[in-house]
Write a protein that binds this ligand. Structure first.
Ligand SMILES: *Cc1c(COP(=O)(O)O)cnc(C)c1O
Length: 360
């Protein structure tokens, strides 16, 4: 039976990227050596690194003033690396979920942290509005897509101070005006590759001003390097993860870039939200205007609550993978990242309609 993968991360990747990965494990770049065994100093690999950076710059229109880095440690390592590099006195954070809360916690090691607004009062089911960002903050940190709760900030905010964004779960899902941000980071495993690599896009002129000594690996300037550049090669990069990211970006480009991704993602999300709103068994958990195009969270209506486990079993038997909601929200979550096809969502919707028939 065909599997429809809705995992929240690591998640579904484009089949061409997976096929290229399999081929490269056997033989990388006609070298007769597996990608798992090559030296990261071989010219063939240096070309992949350069192309990967180029693809990022092309797809997101990243200007030369920004460095693009590929680092280990996941998004969680950036929670402390960002303040280590950018926080002088005070930082402001928008608390839209546990990832945002965890990011703020790490910033406290380096200075004052002001939580400008939080939606914790309603289990992070909405994005706070009408808050004021203090103009004396070194930066304002947001989480553009809240993976666990299915809420998303759909626009690039105008911000009076440097804007920093965790875009782990919506990077490359839509066009972004990079020039509005001081720094963008995230783990690759939600939309641009497998686990094992994080991306950082940072405006170079902001670095080296935090006024504290930094460990070599924590200082972004180490990874940017002087001429000749380190290009994220100061130490061994996550070679295989970057290879698959490279193939994933090639696929995004071939499909028409981030504008095409946005169209696809809107179509998929519309289809599923419309079914949730129509189907008498289900109800969405996120505020309508903040609904995420990436993670669709829903639960059973109170009067059908006892059938939740039954629906999960039913869906599983129909090939659905990974639709159990995060424990802090419950119910269901379908992650519709770039590689998820409209046909996957159609299969899930058919499953919801089929299940509803039991109660008509
Ligand atoms: C998954 C996730 C993280 C954590 O990423 P790791 O790479 O596992 O450290 C951080 N922020 C957001 C928004 C996420 O979805």
């Amino acid at each position: 039976m065909e599997k429809h993968i809705f995992n929240a991360g690591p998640c579904k990747l484009p089949q061409p990227a997976i096929d290229a990965a399999i081929a490269a494990i056997r033989d990388f770049d006609n070298t007769g050596v597996s990608i798992l065994s090559i030296s990261h100093r071989t010219p063939g690999w240096e070309r992949i690194m350069a192309e990967t950076e180029q693809l990022w710059r092309e797809l997101l229109n990243i200007p030369d003033e920004y460095a693009v880095l590929f680092l280990g440690g996941g998004a969680s390592t950036q929670f402390f690396t960002v303040p280590a590099n950018l926080l002088k006195n005070k930082a402001a954070y928008l608390q839209t979920g546990v990832w945002a809360k965890k990011a703020a916690k790490e910033a406290k090691f380096y200075g004052d942290v002001e939580i400008v607004a939080s939606s914790e009062d309603k289990n992070y089911s909405y994005i706070p509005k009408n808050y004021v960002v203090p103009t004396d903050a070194d930066y304002f940190h947001i989480t553009t897509n809240n993976t666990i709760y299915g809420t998303e900030i759909h626009t690039d905010l105008d911000c009076p101070v440097n804007l920093v964004a965790d875009m782990s779960s919506d990077i490359m899902s839509r066009p972004v005006d990079v020039t509005k941000y001081a720094l963008i980071y995230g783990g690759a495993q939600k939309n641009v590759g497998p686990a094992g690599v994080a991306f950082v896009i940072v405006r170079k002129d902001l670095l080296g001003q935090a006024g504290r000594p930094l460990q070599t690996m924590v200082d972004y300037r180490t990874h940017i390097g002087a001429e000749p550049k380190n290009n994220s090669m100061f130490n061994t990069p996550p070679v295989f993860s970057i290879f698959v990211m490279h193939e994933t970006l090639k696929w995004i480009k071939k499909m028409g870039g981030v504008e095409a991704m946005q169209r696809r993602n809107r179509e998929k999300a519309d289809l599923l939200y419309n079914e949730i709103d129509r189907n008498k068994l289900f109800v969405g958990t996120a505020a309508r205007e903040d609904r995420s195009l990436m993670n669709v969270c829903f639960v059973m209506q109170p009067e059908y609550k006892e059938h939740e486990a039954e629906f999960l079993e039913f869906a599983k038997a129909h090939g659905m993978v990974g639709i159990k909601g995060h424990r802090s929200v419950g119910g269901f979550r379908a992650s519709l990242y770039n590689a998820c096809e409209l046909s996957d969502v159609q299969a899930l919707v058919a499953c919801m309609q089929e299940f509803e028939k039991k109660f008509l």
